[in-house]
Design a protein around this ligand. Structure first.
Ligand code: 3PG
Length: 212
């Protein structure tokens, strides 16, 4: 399970956090991000279109990883797996979600902000985490501190990360990828400006690789 997460999050250093407002845009948006070089798509369940978008993207883009984000209950987790999600991301951790994640077919990247939360999940075997909200929870300084007591854990930080700061996170040994909404500006999505979406992905990747 942890190995599976490692495989997914090492396939691309940037994870777009996508909230679908118009279901008709989901596949085109996914294609534009993939054209820009991205390989992982996190579709949040913040709108009623999330689950349908996951199913549509799995079908249309079989070569990329499609997962569900903003999962806050086991029911949502189950629904996401049924819709075809290949991974599940939560903004925080509950015992119920963590327990379910140890058996679900789609591995869980649990959201954490403190070392105590990390330790509760660590006891259950979790080694990969989403640091959220990354900037508020201490940013790169917190991540460096976590590496002291727990050198074998890795993070995908999200929350407040910008194209200018993504590379600072990725430069840390315990960061495998970073996520955010900056990759899918709502005005570009509403205007169906797929060229701009691809360009943002491409530029962001170049920036991160240049720094790494
Ligand atoms: C998430 O769920 O990961 C965040 O909403 C991403 O937040 P951002 O808008 O600060 O990138």
């Amino acid at each position: 399970r942890q190995q599976q997460l490692g495989t997914i999050f090492s396939s691309c250093p940037l994870v777009p956090v996508i909230t679908i407002q118009d279901p008709d845009t989901a596949v085109e948006l996914g294609r534009a991000l993939v054209a820009g070089g991205l390989r992982i798509l996190e579709i949040t369940l913040r709108t009623e279109h999330g689950l349908g978008a996951i199913t549509a993207l799995r079908e249309a883009l079989p070569d990329v990883w499609v997962g569900a984000g903003t999962i806050t209950t086991v029911d949502q987790y189950q629904a996401a797996v049924k819709a075809g999600a290949q991974f599940a991301i939560t903004p925080g951790s509950t015992q119920a979600l963590l327990q379910y994640g140890t058996t679900a077919t789609a591995p869980l990247l649990p959201g954490v902000a403190t070392l105590s939360e990390i330790l509760q999940a660590y006891e259950l075997g979790y080694r990969d985490f989403k640091l959220f909200p990354a900037e508020v929870a201490g940013g790169t300084a917190a991540l460096k501190s976590f590496a002291g007591p727990l050198p074998d854990i890795r993070f995908c930080p999200t929350g407040g990360i910008k194209p200018e700061t993504a590379a600072d996170y990725l430069a840390l040994d315990n960061v495998i990828a970073v996520g955010g909404t900056w990759l899918t500006p709502q005005d570009a999505v509403s205007a169906r400006d797929w060229t701009r979406i691809s360009q943002i992905a491409e530029d962001s990747l170049r920036r991160c690789r240049g720094a790494g």
